[in-house]
Design a protein around this ligand. Structure first.
Ligand SMILES: [Ca+2]
Length: 386
């Protein structure tokens, strides 16, 4: 090797090494914003650095910028708390600053007292942030089932397609199959194991895929899901979801209108304790493959894209998913920002040692997570660190 070649090779090695080190050196420092929450499930951002947090036992609270917990906000409807059920997701309307409107989903008891199901309500937050007003349930999953499991329950406000698409007046809601009713995920005459799409007043968008199809419920957007507990929108308007598989086979999907995501006919998981589910298939004609799956299951929770560069350019466009089972935040690098295939995953916040229930990007461009603990569930801010 001549000296010139040697120098060029050395420069290349140093460049590659520094690039690798640079990628690895970026990490995060957890800063506890608030503690003392009971099984917090979902997070939204209010003006002035305040937060809105749901607690699964059935409370909605403001968390002050300094971490002080406000009193429970009055006006919630009756909630069937217990098991996995309770007050689950909350979402501020994209025009919240003007209309003070928000949406929340919860396990709704049957009027008869027998069974429950996931419901989505609309409300206005009073100016003093002390109570909900004009509360109206705009969707109730049918049928009610005697179960305390698999409610799904993430709400996403949809936008018109394209990078600058505006809010289009529609909401997605993810729904579980209630654990005991998995075969219903393949049937269109119920809302179990579905993603549904409704207008903000609860009416059905007339361009939904099953509108006018005999025997099909018109709210259905996609079906064949198990327990969809994470959802977010990519900047191009594409819906991304994650769902719990059985033992193994948790998935990321990009639900398309009218498409069948396979549960329980196809899965990369198995029964708890072992043994194949159904015929043990992982693929079948007419059923969609997941974008990604986890074996073993991580028990995915909230998910969010990072659009800021607060953690460096390389993290922009990554997808972040909480893991309940293994207690970390999964940083997922994709083959392109906000899209493509999963290229690499890395574990964040493992040192915190708590189940991660939700992850969101705040107005300051930083990531925030909720930990699923009681009585000391936490709201944690992720500071960029080296
Ligand atoms: Ca699937």
């Amino acid at each position: 090797m001549r000296v010139g070649q040697y120098r060029r090779a050395l420069v290349a090695i140093v460049f590659i090494a520094s690039g690798c080190l640079g990628a690895q050196a970026q990490t995060v420092r957890p800063e506890i914003v608030a503690t003392g929450l009971q099984n917090p499930w979902a997070l939204a951002f209010l003006a002035g650095g305040r937060f809105l947090v749901t607690e699964r036992p059935g409370r909605l609270r403001v968390v002050e910028a300094d971490g002080k917990l406000g009193p429970p906000i009055a006006g919630l409807p009756a909630i069937a708390s217990g098991g996995q059920g309770g007050l689950l997701d909350v979402l501020l309307d994209s025009d919240f600053a003007r209309n003070r409107r928000l949406y929340f989903c919860f396990s709704e008891p049957a009027a008869s007292g027998n069974g429950n199901s996931t419901a989505l309500a609309r409300a206005s937050l009073s100016a003093d942030q002390a109570q909900l007003e004009e509360v109206k349930v705009i969707f109730s999953q049918q049928p009610k089932v005697a179960s305390s499991a698999h409610f799904g329950c993430r709400i996403v406000e949809s936008r018109a397609p394209g990078p600058s698409g505006q809010a289009d007046g529609k909401l997605f809601l993810t729904l579980g199959e209630r654990f005991s009713r998995k075969d219903d995920a393949q049937k269109l005459d119920n809302h179990l194991g579905k993603v549904v799409r409704i207008n903000k007043d609860g009416s059905v968008p007339q361009d939904n895929p099953f509108v006018g199809k005999p025997g099909a419920l018109p709210e259905i957007w996609s079906y064949g899901h198990r327990n969809v507990q994470g959802a977010t929108l990519a900047p191009d308007g594409t819906l991304w979801t994650n769902e719990h598989g059985p033992q193994g086979g948790d998935e990321i999907n990009l639900p398309k209108p009218g498409a069948n995501y396979g549960w329980p006919v196809i899965t990369y998981g198995e029964n708890y304790g072992g043994g194949k589910i159904g015929e043990g298939l992982t693929a079948k004609a007419g059923m969609e493959q997941p974008l990604h799956y986890w074996v073993p299951s991580i028990a995915p929770s909230g998910m969010a894209f990072l659009s800021s560069e607060r953690y460096g350019k390389a993290w922009r466009g990554n997808l972040f998913v909480g893991s309940l089972k293994f207690a970390y935040l999964d940083r997922i690098e994709l083959s392109e920002p906000f899209g493509g295939k999963v290229v690499r995953e890395s574990k964040l916040l493992a040192e915190v040692g708590e189940r991660i229930r939700d992850v969101r990007q705040g107005p300051d461009g930083l990531l925030y997570v909720l930990t699923d603990s009681s009585p000391n569930g936490k709201l944690i801010r992720l500071l960029p660190g080296k």
